[in-house]
Design a protein around this ligand. Structure first.
Ligand code: ADP
Length: 499
């Protein structure tokens, strides 16, 4: 089902483009007010024209109604004046006037067809009863029907004793009949037709103009985004390398900024990759070169005594061991780089683990007569990757021993609060100069290259250590005084926080 929808949606891909949307919005915003205005004005015109026509007619009819009373037309329809007035009115307004007397009989019809007939319509009866005229517009057949009461104001005979002091009777309106008039609204409709045709023509012209404007506008508004896409693809294809700039809109500026930052980051990554490859090649080459020099010098001599062979072979074996160490360090670093998903978390007894590591390192500390002390404030168990935690402790304690003085000391302190455990590795060693502190975690960085090489350093140990700490979402800090010693502090959460 969703596949089907996707297929249909793909067919309308066009509508997913911002350009199409801008076009549609501009087009609709342009055209809708025109349409509303047209219907509004035409409708209004019709209402207004009908009401003007109705009130005109009503005025005229009221005058005639008065004349009908004056000429006593209801009793005698022979009045020429009235006939002429009625004729004129019906000609002028293309209408028909019927005069109906109080017994609902038509006494005059300007069409002459209904005279003598009885008219019983709601409007007529109502008008006759209330003495109030009314009108009704029939939109479908195009006419207005008007009822006008024919009212005679008579002085009523009032009951005796009720006469006023002036002796005058009370004036009273008596409905003597009704004029039923229908007027055609053809002329209004003709005007309406003309107006609506003109409006349509204007609308079509407007439609064409708005279509063109929407097309141009959507194109112009989208231009900067096209420029962004072009600039990015130029970078992608390698035609340009410098930062791109499309400052037309804030939006394009943001996109371009983000892209430039990404490009910068890639550049930095690329540089560090190149540096790394160069460093690795150099580090791997050094022992090989030494091996070659040793072997060549043996080969160049004749009758070399066996002791010399042995001595050179020992050197060669040392270099090979060094090469092996570098390769091992590189491998553990690559493994560490791969993914946090590689974490193998278990509950680790940190006290026991530290003891094991220290025991393993005892031969090298003994060799240099360095005292290694372990102090634990409490028993600590934590969720951690045992192999990586071993690497962290080993590297830091090994460094503390390696970069120490003869007969120095190394102290390992373990403590924990409810959230973290802290390992402090202190030594009485040579210390790290201030300016080197920010570099010691870089791959292959060594404060004193020749010294580090002498004691078998690869410059990868702290890079690996820091990675392992970060993978546990922990932190590592260092403080050091040259000639006095160094303190590394590692803080790791007791409960592993998966990302
Ligand atoms: P290496 O394999 O050379 O020991 P590391 O990455 O472990 O490489 O350490 C980087 C450099 O930091 C070392 O070469 C050394 O100069 C310095 N360093 C590390 N630990 C200590 C320490 N405890 N005391 C003094 N210097 C240290």
């Amino acid at each position: 089902m969703s596949e089907k929808i996707k297929k249909i949606w793909n067919k309308f891909r066009f509508f997913r483009s911002l350009r199409a949307r801008i076009f549609i919005i501009v087009f609709l915003v342009g055209i809708i007010p025109g349409i509303i205005l047209r219907y509004g004005i035409l409708e209004n015109y019709e209402d207004r024209a009908v009401s003007v026509r109705t009130s005109d007619m009503q005025n005229q009819l009221n005058i005639i109604a008065n004349h009908l009373i004056t000429y006593n037309y209801l009793a005698d329809t022979s009045s020429e004046v009235i006939s002429a007035e009625l004729e004129q009115l019906s000609n002028l307004y293309d209408g028909r006037v019927m005069i109906i007397n109080s017994s609902l009989k038509v006494i005059k019809d300007t069409y002459g067809t209904s005279e003598g007939k009885t008219v019983i319509t709601e409007a007529v009866i109502k008008c006759m009863k209330d003495g109030i005229g009314g009108s009704n517009y029939d939109n479908e057949y195009g006419y207005i029907e008007i009822t006008t009461p024919i009212i005679e104001t008579a002085v009523a005979e009032t009951a005796a004793g009720n006469e006023g002091p002036s002796g005058m009777g009370k004036k009273q309106d008596v409905v003597r009949g009704v004029m039923l008039t229908s007027v055609s609204t053809d002329s209004i409709n003709v005007t309406l037709d003309i107006l609506s045709r003109r409006a349509l023509l204007l609308e079509v012209l407007m439609l064409i103009a708005i279509f063109a404007i929407a097309l141009i506008l959507s194109g112009v508004l989208m231009k900067p985004f096209e420029r962004v896409a072009k600039a990015i693809s130029e970078v992608k294809e390698g035609y340009r390398d410098e930062p791109i700039s499309v400052p037309d809109y804030l939006e394009t500026e943001h996109i371009v900024d983000a892209f430039n930052q990404l490009q910068n980051r890639m550049r930095v990554l690329d540089t560090s990759r190149q540096e790394f490859v160069a460093n690795v090649s150099h580090e791997l080459k050094t022992p090989i070169t030494s091996v070659k020099v040793l072997a060549d010098s043996l080969l160049a001599q004749e009758n070399v005594p066996a002791e010399l062979y042995k001595e050179f072979m020992l050197d060669i074996a040392e270099e090979i061991e060094r090469e092996d160490k570098i390769i091992n360090d590189l491998l553990s670093m690559v493994k560490m780089d791969k993914a946090v998903a590689m974490m193998n978390i278990s509950v680790v007894d940190v006290n026991a683990l530290t003891e094991i590591v220290l025991k393993r390192l005892r031969p090298i500390s003994r060799k240099r007569d360095i005292e290694v002390v372990f102090e634990s404030k409490r028993a600590v168990t934590a969720e951690a990757d045992e192999v990586k935690l071993t690497l962290i402790i080993t590297n830091l304690v090994e460094n503390a021993i390696k970069y120490n003085k003869e007969q120095g000391w190394v102290k390992v302190l373990l403590d924990a609060d409810h959230q973290f455990f802290t390992l402090e590795i202190m030594d009485s060693g040579i210390g790290i100069p201030e300016e080197s502190l920010e570099h010691i975690y870089e791959r292959f960085y060594r404060v004193d290259k020749s010294h580090s090489r002498e004691i078998g350093g690869t410059g990868l140990g702290l890079a690996i250590t820091r990675n392992a700490v970060l993978m546990h979402r922990g932190s590592i800090r260092v403080s050091s005084t040259v000639g006095e010693g160094t303190v590394f502090t590692v803080k790791i959460p007791l409960n592993y926080i998966a990302s």
